[in-house]
Design a protein around this ligand. Sequence first.
Ligand code: 2IT
Length: 445
Amino acid sequence: MSYITELMERVVKRNPGEPEFHQAVHEVLESLQPVIERHPEYISSGVLERIVEPERQIIFRVPWVDDNGRIQVNRGFRVQFNSAIGPYKGGLRFHPSVNLGIIKFLGFEQIFKNALTGLPMGGAKGGSDFDPRGKSDNEVMRFCQSFMTELFRHIGADTDVPAGDIGVGAREIGYLFGQYKRIVNRFEGVLTGKGINWGGSLARPEATGYGTAYFIEEMLKSRGETLKGKTITISGYGNVGTFFIQKANQLGGKVVTIADENGYVYDPEGIKGEKLDFLMDLWTIHRRPARDYAEKFGLKWVEGKAPWEVPCDIAVPTATQNELNLQNAQELIANGCTCVAEAANMPCTAEAVELFLKNNILFGPAKAVNAGGVSVSGLEMSQNSMRYSWSFEEVDAKLKEIMVNIYRKSSEAAREYGLEGNLVAGANIAGFTKVADAMMAQGIV
Ligand code: 2IT
């Protein structure tokens, strides 16, 4: 049995009931086969065994009182996966599906994503099975305060810097920051995604969506194309989806779908102007279903289906893990789609990714495509350290440069190992080697 197969078996056995974590580890380890053949020191130093084991995992009780005076109990998580190249960094997800396996998969991905940005950030992720949907502002505030009352002792501007993810936006970051500051009596850059007049960075809200568009432009350039005139289908319409639409429009593309777990809207004219204005707040502020958009503008609502059946040039899953499966991938290819970019974390199943690569689809993996968000988080940390703020244009220019570099590093790493055009392998290899070399330099820790 090969070294990689044996290690993968051990990971599955040691982490039972965590299919998303297994999937994320499997994808990375598979990409590393040619790397360990050329560099046996990655085996002898035990760096692979070490990198699949989180440095620290924290699970805690989050009790809070709802508006009816009832006591509710949620579960909180913070998985501090790897600190070889910088303080732990990664978002918090509040969603009923959250469990340890989901947080571990996200934390593991974050190690390599953060390494690709070129900024000094380790990998972590956290969150809770709390569902912010249908909760009052006061309930969300009390929940966030209780969550931080435990989390504060594990984080810090030079230790671990959380941010948002699904269900955690500007409002939640505000409540979390307020409680942290109150407990430790220090105003410090302990969270990113903060409000603009209390330490936040300009262009942080835009960063993941804009970064996705910049990365797609780089992928298309390799085939002599641009976003101009392209028809694009997307799924989510939260922070990532809405700002992706805005940038795709600026670059001449046309986005024709949005979706949620119940179905999708088809808007053949493209989402723009007052329709985009309406969409911007629909989830991020109001947490309302996608159907509202169809009803408001008299558009077709397709119940119970995913948007991947709509013919497009480019498909961009922006919602959540495993939202695009093998059948969706077959349909996209049959309908002429030539480019798929993962703007969410691990949105395509392993079978879907394999089919895209086999069919020579331009495929951008999540760790590379959606790294714009955490990149601007890294820039927010720099600005906090300097006690200074850059202009929107300065941050946006740095973001663009980072995305172009991530594309270059990933495609060069793929070429170096004879896998030209395979950005999945390239991103995994480039991210891994940076972290693994740092771990080896620091000894057996
Ligand atoms: O998945 C992600 O990269 C994020 N949710 C953002 C993490 C961050 O620290 O900005």
